[in-house]
Design a protein around this ligand. Structure first.
Ligand code: SF4
Ligand code: SF4
Length: 370
C-alpha cells in the first residue's frame, strides 16, 4: 500500500525532498530516493511499503540489545525491506539490501520491484500488530533488523496505537536521522539502540557509504532534548574500527554525553560483502571492554562472545553484581518490583527504566543519574 509521507518538502520543478534521513534525497517525478521505498508521485512523496512487513518475531529485549530498559520484557520485533545504508558487513543484508538497484537479489522472484512491494508481501495493519502484542501481553514493539527510519509513517502509526494500549516502542537504528525526524519521533519512541559503527568518517564513507557527523549530532540531540532512553552498540571489526584511538574516541564521546549510557561492544562475524575478515578475536573485545570502563563508562557490555560476566550489570560504585546475563538469559536480578533500581549494597541509583507500570517513568531524570 502506498501511503502519503509526512516528512518531505515540495521543491520547484515537481521535485520533492525527503526529510526523513540525512541523505535528504531530492527526488524527481516518478523516481524514488536512495532507499527505493519513498517515491515522488505527482509532486508528493509516498511510502511504498506501508503495511508491508517482511517478518515478525518475539524477542527478549536483551536481543535488541537493551539491557537497562524493561529487562524482563518480551518484544514484538518487525521489519520491512531496504535501508538507507549499504554497510558491507550487514548481518541482515537479505532484507536491508532489497533495494531497487540490487536487482540480483530480487530478479529471480519478482519482475518489478515496486510491484513486489505492492503485491507480494502480506499486508499487516498497525491495528493487527498492536492487537497481537496486547493479546500476548507483550511489553514493547521494536522496529529493527532493517533500518526503521525509512518507513517512518508506518512506525508512527503503530507507535501511536501502541501508546493507547500502554505498549512501549523501541527503535534499533543507524540514527542517520534528520532533526525533523527526531522532533517527531520523540513523541512516540520510548527507547532506542543506536549503532555507533565507528569513529572515522573514512569507515562510514568506505564501508557504509556515508558520513558520521549527522549521527553524532543526532545522538546528542536524542539524549539531551528528549525523554527517549538510549543505549549504544558498536560492532568491532578487525582492522577497521578496533584501534585503541578509535575505541577511546567512541567511549569518550559517549561519556561526554552521559557515563550512564550503556555501551554494547559486539564481536563481528563475516557476512555479505565482508567475507574476507576473521571473527573479532576475543582479545580485541576484551580490550574494547576495558577501554570503555577505563574511560569511565558505568555500563559496558560485550556480546557475541561467550565469556562469563561480560554481560553482567555491575553497580558502578561498589561493583556488586546486579544482573547476570548469559546469551540474553538472566541468572539473577535485583529487586524487580522497584521502579528505580538501587544497588542493595551501596544504595547507588542504577540508570535505566525498570518499571513494569510505565506511568511512573516519563522523564529522563528517572532514567539517568546525570
Ligand atoms: S529515507 Fe533517506 S534514503 Fe530514503 S528517500 Fe528519504 S532521505 Fe532518501
Ligand atoms: S544500517 Fe544496519 S541494516 Fe542498514 S545496511 Fe547497515 S548494518 Fe545493515
Amino acid at each position: 500500500m502506498q501511503k502519503k509521507a509526512i516528512l518531505y518538502k515540495k521543491l520547484p520543478s515537481d521535485l520533492v525532498q525527503c526529510t526523513c534521513c540525512s541523505h535528504y534525497c531530492v527526488i524527481k517525478p516518478w523516481e524514488s530516493g536512495k532507499c527505493s521505498i519513498r517515491k515522488n508521485i505527482s509532486w508528493d512523496l509516498y511510502l511504498l511499503n506501508y503495511w508491508k512487513i517482511l517478518g515478525l518475531n518475539i524477542d527478549p529485549v536483551e536481543k535488541k540489545p537493551l539491557f537497562h530498559f524493561l529487562p524482563w520484557a518480551r518484544v514484538l520485533s518487525f521489519w520491512t525491506a531496504s535501508c538507507n545504508f549499504t554497510c558491507s558487513f550487514c548481518q541482515n543484508w537479505q532484507m536491508s539490501q532489497l533495494r531497487k538497484e540490487n536487482k540480483e537479489y530480487w530478479k529471480n522472484f519478482w519482475n518489478n520491484y515496486e510491484e513486489a512491494l505492492e503485491k507480494i508481501w502480506d499486508e499487516v495493519t498497525p491495528e493487527a500488530i498492536v492487537d497481537f502484542a496486547a493479546k500476548n501481553n507483550i511489553e514493547a514493539i521494536a522496529y529493527t533488523y532493517n533500518e526503521p527510519t525509512i518507513f517512518f509513517e508506518f512506525l508512527k502509526d503503530v507507535s501511536l496505537l501502541a501508546k493507547k494500549k500502554w505498549i512501549r516502542t523501541i527503535m534499533v537504528s543507524n540514527w542517520f536521522q534528520t532533526k525533523e525526524f527526531c522532533d517527531e519521533a520523540k513523541e512516540f519512541i520510548d527507547a532506542i539502540n543506536i549503532d555507533l559503527k565507528a569513529w572515522s568518517n573514512e569507515f562510514y564513507k568506505e564501508i557504509c557509504d556515508w558520513r558520521i557527523e549527522p549521527i553524532k549530532e543526532n545522538i546528542k540531540r536524542i539524549f539531551n532534548e528528549t525523554d527517549t532512553f538510549v543505549e549504544i552498540t558498536t560492532l568491532i571489526i578487525p582492522w577497521e574500527n578496533d584501534s585503541n584511538e578509535d575505541l577511546e574516541n567512541m567511549a569518550n564521546f559517549i561519556k561526554n554525553i552521559s557515563a550512564d549510557i550503556p555501551w554494547h561492544i559486539s564481536a563481528f562475524h563475516p557476512d555479505w560483502k565482508m567475507l574476507d575478515k576473521e571473527i573479532t578475536p576475543l582479545s580485541t573485545i576484551l580490550k574494547a571492554y576495558e577501554i570503555g570502563k577505563k574511560v569511565g563508562l558505568n555500563y559496558v557490555y560485550a556480546g557475541n562472545v561467550n565469556v562469563p560476566r561480560l554481560e553482567t550489570t555491575y553497580c558502578p560504585k561498589c561493583r556488586e553484581e546486579l544482573i547476570i546475563r548469559s546469551w540474553f538469559v538472566w541468572e539473577r536480578v535485583i529487586d524487580k518490583t522497584s521502579w528505580i533500581w538501587i544497588c542493595p549494597e551501596c544504595k547507588t541509583k542504577i540508570a535505566g527504566c525498570f518499571v513494569e507500570n510505565w506511568e511512573f517513568v516519563t522523564r529522563k531524570e528517572t532514567l539517568f543519574s546525570k
